[in-house]
Ligand binder design. Structure first.
Ligand code: C2E
Ligand code: MG
Ligand code: MG
Length: 725
């Protein structure tokens, strides 16, 4: 001991060193126990006032200072974790005088960035009476990573608490993959006690392919010092003590301790996350309501099936292993006016009906059929069939089953269903082809009123193209002034013009005249019917105003209103608005709606017709006999006229069946207090028959074709002349 490093204290002997036997024994033991000491013994002596009286160079170095900087200074004035730890240990000694010494462990960080532990104890120096004279601290400094790791994870109670409180598993291993310490969560995760793991290889926690990879990985690291995994988390598998394998996310950090490297692995059980991901990917591919595939997933699966079939060749059997050879059939299904079900019964009934629908599709179509939900009420199904005939039979059964009553959430529901179908023939080489054809077939069904089955034919493509082109041109028809109204007279039994029907004409500048039979359905499908109807209403009312001024206004002018406009539009409001300035026209206006439109939503029809009647507007059922022909429906509607469809009039009086039907219709209409109008009267024989059965009014080429407003005005004027005269 160098005298210059020591200054005596009054309580110590002449050499400044203690004489207390216990103290000296401890000192001797510390000095002799030099094992594992990397930096030599570090010594410090403080007097009872905790002023540093001696510090050797090892102790001073641990504090990054020289001994001279420490000696003579109170411990509290030296700012360092070691002096803080020393102070705490001395305080502990003071509290329990029975203890001669207290442990001190403190991590240090050298100015070179290396970590080490200063580990040892502080011993109280007492005189013979037990009075404290000073304190001797003796330490080893070590940079051994195991010691450091152990110290950090076990002896530092704060860190230990933190690690054990962590939800994730934390493992500290050395560079060879030997586990040095492990937290509680990790033990729980893998089902081990920590004593079963510390000192074992990390591979004990991995299932075979991964444990082999890990060994190879450690080997590479030992040779190259390069560790690909550091800083990059990855999903892998863990193995519990009981052998069960489970998915984990592992992220590894590297900590340099002294000269060596320690790895810290953070492990998270990702079973729940993977389950959630699987659920999410299931939901991405399946419709949550019905469980069938989504459109994208359907196309993928069908494409794969198609490709498999192509690879197998036409004779090579099917990808699903069902029929030998055969072909694919694609059915496109669309519920007509499904929103009516939702509106009438609520969404829960609509949902239940859709689910029931899917289970019926599954029942009817062959096993391994792929089904998807394309939109709310649109489905598609790809099946393998033996031939086109089987596809037709299946489509028929499908339509029958799906349009049969469904008991959905305590309500009986009947759906109207349009089925477009296409079978794979030599013109179909891809799924897209088949899909496009089934869609065209579906469009054709819908175009013709829906609730039917249609198989693709080549003409459909041309018709669809024409419809598309017409839609495009129709968009500009109003602004280009291409629309006009013509009027067809409706005469009484004496042949006098009593009313007229306004009929729309479209003269396209390039295509020429397009018949309303063709463009009205296009307008309905595209929604253009809304502005077009508005144009018809305002044009007709303007015409009626002019006729009224001229004194040639017929008793009633009937306008045709499409079902879509009638059931959904704010027709009453619009008419009130238009008639506001011409109240006298109310009793001269009539609307024709088809039987189908009226019965499609009877409630709305009854309400709207009631509102119109309140305004003084008369309503007529158009084309009676061409649809449901149910007088029980008609009887519920506040209408004044029934127009008997041309199809019945055409073969009277030759066809006895038609005669009977017309006679019955007139009789029943009269029974209900309705006036009858026969449409399409072309011959005098037809007229005479109709008069003989009591028909009230007639309309047809016999009395006048649809004509320009001036021509109709002339007709009215001419026949009025004798009456005035
Ligand atoms: P509709 O309402 O049943 O009109 C009667 C149709 O029969 C008219 O055809 C008329 O020209 C035709 N017709 C009248 N008498 C005879 C006859 O003696 N023989 C023959 N062969 N035909 C006769 P048009 O004008 O081609 O209209 C066809 C359908 O287009 C109409 O049937 C109606 O449903 C619809 N439509 C016409 N204009 C409008 C309109 O402004 N709005 C709406 N929504 N539909 C309209
Ligand atoms: Mg009509
Ligand atoms: Mg008609």
């Amino acid at each position: 001991m160098n005298g210059s490093e020591c200054s005596g204290s009054g309580a110590a002997d002449a050499a400044g060193m203690p004489r207390d036997p216990a103290f000296l024994a401890s000192l001797a033991a510390s000095l002799l126990d030099d094992g594992g000491m990397a930096g030599g013994m570090a010594l410090v002596y403080l007097d009872r006032d905790r002023v540093c009286r001696h510090a050797d160079r090892h102790f001073a170095a641990a504090l990054d200072r020289s001994p001279a900087e420490l000696v003579g200074r109170p411990l509290a004035a030296i700012d360092h974790p070691v002096t803080a730890a020393l102070g705490a240990a001395i305080a502990a000694l003071g509290q329990s005088p029975a203890h001669g010494s207290a442990p001190v462990d403190c991590p240090t960080l050298g100015c070179d960035g290396r970590r080490s532990i200063l580990s040892g104890s502080v011993t109280a120096h007492r005189d013979g009476a037990g009075t404290i004279l000073g304190y001797l601290g003796t330490f080893h400094q070590t940079g051994d990573p195991d010691r450091i790791a152990q110290f950090v994870t076990c002896r530092d109670s704060f860190v230990a608490t933190l690690l054990d409180a962590a939800v994730d598993g934390i493992i500290v291993s050395d560079r060879s993959g030997t586990i040095r310490s492990i937290n509680r969560a990790c033990c729980r995760l893998f089902g081990y006690e920590d004593s079963e793991l510390v000192g074992r290889s990390m591979t004990i926690l991995m299932p075979p392919p991964f444990s082999r990879d890990h060994a190879r990985y450690v080997d590479t690291y030992m040779r190259t010092e390069r560790a690909k995994i550091i800083g990059i988390g990855r999903d892998t598998l863990g193995q519990r003590k009981d052998g069960t394998v489970f998915p984990i996310h592992l992220s590894v950090g590297e900590a340099r301790m002294g000269d060596d490297v320690t790895f810290v692995g953070i492990i998270r059980d990702i079973s729940d996350r993977l389950a959630a991901e699987q659920r999410a990917s299931y939901l991405a591919r399946h419709d949550p309501l019905t469980g069938v595939l989504t459109r994208t997933a359907f196309l993928e699966e069908c494409e794969a099936l198609f490709a498999g079939h192509r690879a197998g060749g036409p004779e090579g059997g099917s990808a699903d292993g069902s029929a030998n050879g055969g072909m694919f059939a694609l059915f496109a299904l669309d519920v007509d006016q499904f929103s009516d079900v939702n509106e009438a019964f609520g969404f829960h009934v609509g949902d239940a009906a859709l689910k029931a629908m899917v289970s019926r599709v599954t029942e009817v179509l062959p096993p391994n059929t792929i089904i998807c939900r394309i939109a709310a009420d649109e489905f598609a199904a790809l099946s393998r069939v033996a031939d086109a005939d089987q596809a037709r039979t299946l489509a028929g059964v499908l339509h029958d089953r799906l349009t049969a009553s469904i008991y959905a959430d305590r309500h009986w529901v009947r759906l109207r269903l349009s089925v477009g179908a296409a079978v794979q023939d030599e013109t179909v080489s891809t799924l897209e082809d088949l899909n496009a054809k089934a869609k065209l077939a579906l469009q054709a069904v819908q175009h013709n009123g829906g609730n039917a089955i249609c198989f693709y034919t080549p003409e459909m493509a041309a018709a669809a193209t024409r419809r598309m082109m017409l839609t495009m041109h129709l968009t500009h028809a109003i602004e280009r002034n291409e629309l006009r109204l013509v009027y067809q007279p409706i005469v009484d039994r004496a042949g006098r013009v009593r009313s007229a029907e306004a009929l729309l004409r479209w003269d396209h500048h390039a295509l020429g005249p397009v018949s309303p039979g063709e463009f009205i359905p296009v307008a309905e499908e595209s929604g253009l019917i809304v502005p077009i109807t508005d144009w018809v209403l305002s044009t007709a009312i303007a015409q009626m105003t002019a006729w009224e001024a001229e004194g040639v206004l017929p008793d009633r002018v009937f306008l045709n209103i499409s079902g879509q406009q009638f059931l959904r539009g704010n027709l009453t409001l619009r008419l009130e608005e238009l008639l506001g300035e011409h109240p006298s026209l109310r009793s001269h206006l009539g609307l024709e709606i088809t039987e189908q439109a009226a019965v499609r939503d009877l409630k709305v029809a009854v309400r709207t017709l009631g509102e119109l009647a309140a305004l003084g507007i008369q309503a007529a059922i158009d084309d009676f006999g061409s649809g449901y022909s149910s007088l029980s429906y008609v009887q519920q509607l506040p209408v004044a006229k029934l127009k008997i469809d041309r199809a019945f009039v055409i073969d009277v009086p030759e066809n006895p069946k038609s005669n009977a039907l017309v006679r019955a219709a007139v009789g029943m209409a009269h029974g209900l207090g309705l006036t009858t109008v026969a449409e399409g009267v072309e011959t005098a024989e037809q007229r005479d028959f109709l008069v003989s059965v009591g028909c009230d009014m007639m309309q047809g080429y016999l009395f006048g074709r649809p004509m320009a407003p001036e021509a109709l005005a002339d007709m009215v004027r001419t026949q009025a002349a004798p009456a005035i005269a």
